[in-house]
Design a protein around this ligand. Sequence first.
Ligand SMILES: [Zn+2]
Length: 244
Amino acid sequence: MITTTSPTIVHYPSAASSTEMAADSAPPLSRSRRNIGEPARYWPQNSTIKIAMYDYDMDDEYVLAVKKAASEWLPHINLKFEFVSGEEGDVRITQNMNNAGGGSSAIGTEALDKSPASPTMSLPRDHKHPRFEYVVMHEFGHMLGAHHAHQHPDANIPWNMGKVYEGYNRIAGMDRQAVQNNVLPLARSDQYDFTPYDGDSVMHYEISPKLTHGDWGQSETWSLSDGDIAWAKKAYPKAVPATS
Ligand SMILES: [Zn+2]
């Protein structure tokens, strides 16, 4: 599900990539990335997001697995998720049929701009895969308005530009535009809220040292990091309890 016509849809390198990445046998990895949000695409504060499980054949076990992983964000935000079956929702989730382990999502309220007839998020088919929860958290991060941590302009990833386009085409099926949209640094712009240092963001791709200079690499962190939580609390702050 890599598209080029919709540059703000962001994609996750898939389980197919993870097989190949594993073959890359990464050395010990450095961690020095940051989180990024796009406030203009945040949902209204304290709102309820209606999330449609779009495919008619999603079984209860699958839906439960999505809810469980997505709910990792809930203690840290002031939004509520309302899961419904069917095709009507602010967010519409389909299972990724083209790429078994991959996912994608609109950024925040960009979901509202999409045709009501099409999904706004795709998730891996296999909810028993060990990476499933991670991919769900990652795509829900996008849905909440987060961009990729590795695209922070301060990440200073020493990309080997001679290899990065070919590499992400091979491991994730991305064309050049998709690599620019999903992998390479974002412009240093007021459009984004760059939050403080986060070494372990769930919004960071695994990065193969084969695509960088000097053996720079990054592994995946399969849980929300302190930086992810700090971003979520800043984007959707819970009300301060009233004092009597
Ligand atoms: Zn992503």
